[in-house]
Design a protein around this ligand. Structure first.
Ligand SMILES: [Zn+2]
Length: 332
């Protein structure tokens, strides 16, 4: 039996149900901690808001959400546990650091200059996965790894190697961030070279790339991928949803339906001061909320002949396969 750690304790893969594989309840770009005077965290208000959001997700039948917020971007397992306890939503949190360009790099870079960082990253993963985060007893359910646009930097490679190593010992799922959908094939190669199990890897944000042939280079290595940024349009290098759908359809037609998972990568509550988007951007981004796939994207997929079975896989069944580490059939 494969058990998955949620913030309220272990569950079976079969208990996942309808799953959003990548959403953030709270998130802050590193540096938010310094804006504490104007951007203080009001936990009571945030919790009320987060519970409303969780219930909104549940209104579409969602039973599980993976919140892969990196450790240094405001990851808060106790806050997530409170949301889960209040609503019954199953929430899975992560252990890991963000990519070099937007993560908090000085800490482990300094330690690496002393010659020790990769081993220490491994120890951090191990302690959190086996004993829990910071004395809370809450264990992460996924290892979060991230790389830059067109490059996996030396800094990032330390986390990938340590992540592959700890996966072999714990069996935890690896969930990645690709920047604008680049370096997907390279991430998979690096992880497999270091001993990771392709059946337990999901390469995230691949919908940032709109070439189905590129996606196949990742899928044919036996991993799963995330079309996990629906609603993010015209920002952070993201394509439009219409282009995502036009990339997804040929992949489904080519038989990759067991390897694709859907989500929005929403940030529901920002740490620090909430960002204010310029009017035009706000209009383009208006659907970036966790009901968007159900309300707007699934009808488009159905119109294009995507079956209910395929939809159920991309919003649940494939998460079960991922957490069980089921091998996917590779089409070539
Ligand atoms: Zn994310």
């Amino acid at each position: 039996m494969s058990m998955i750690n949620t913030v309220t304790g272990p569950i079976n893969a079969e208990q996942l149900g309808k799953t959003l594989i990548h959403e953030h309840f709270i998130f802050g770009y590193p540096g938010f901690q310094g804006d504490v005077t104007l951007g203080a965290f009001n936990e009571e208000a945030a919790l009320e808001e987060a519970i409303t959001i969780a219930r909104h997700m549940q209104s579409f039948g969602v039973q599980t959400v993976v919140d892969p917020t990196p450790n240094e971007c405001g990851r808060n397992p106790i806050f997530l546990k409170k949301i889960a306890e209040a609503t019954g939503l199953q929430i899975i949190c992560a252990t890991g650091y963000y990519y070099e360009g937007e993560g908090a790099t000085p800490y482990f870079k300094f330690r690496q200059a002393l010659g020790t960082a990769e081993e220490e990253i491994y120890e951090m993963f191990k302690k959190e996965l086996t004993e829990g985060i910071a004395g809370t007893g809450i264990k992460p359910g996924v290892i979060k790894l991230a790389s830059s646009k067109d490059e996996i930097t030396e800094y990032e490679k330390m986390f990938f190697r340590a992540g592959a190593r700890i996966q072999q010992e714990t069996g935890a799922v690896i969930l990645t961030h690709t920047q604008e959908g680049t370096m997907g094939p390279e991430q998979v190669r690096l992880l497999i070279e270091n001993g990771a199990d392709p059946g337990k890897i999901i390469i995230g944000h691949m919908c940032g790339n709109t070439d189905p042939e590129y996606h196949k280079q990742v899928l044919d290595q036996g991993v799963r991928i995330g079309f996990d940024r629906f609603g993010i349009q015209g920002m952070v290098g993201a394509p439009f949803d219409q282009e995502r759908v036009q990339t997804l359809l040929p992949l489904l037609n080519a038989g990759y339906e067991d390897q694709i998972l859907l989500a929005h990568d929403t940030v529901n509550i920002w740490l620090g001061r909430p960002p204010v988007m310029p009017e035009q951007a706000a209009k383009i981004m208006e659907n970036w909320q966790p009901g968007h796939i159900f309300t707007n994207i699934l009808p488009q997929l159905r119109e294009n002949g995507v079956s209910e079975t395929q939809i159920d896989k991309m919003l649940g069944g494939n998460a079960v396969g991922l957490f069980k580490g089921s091998a996917v059939k590779v089409i070539s």
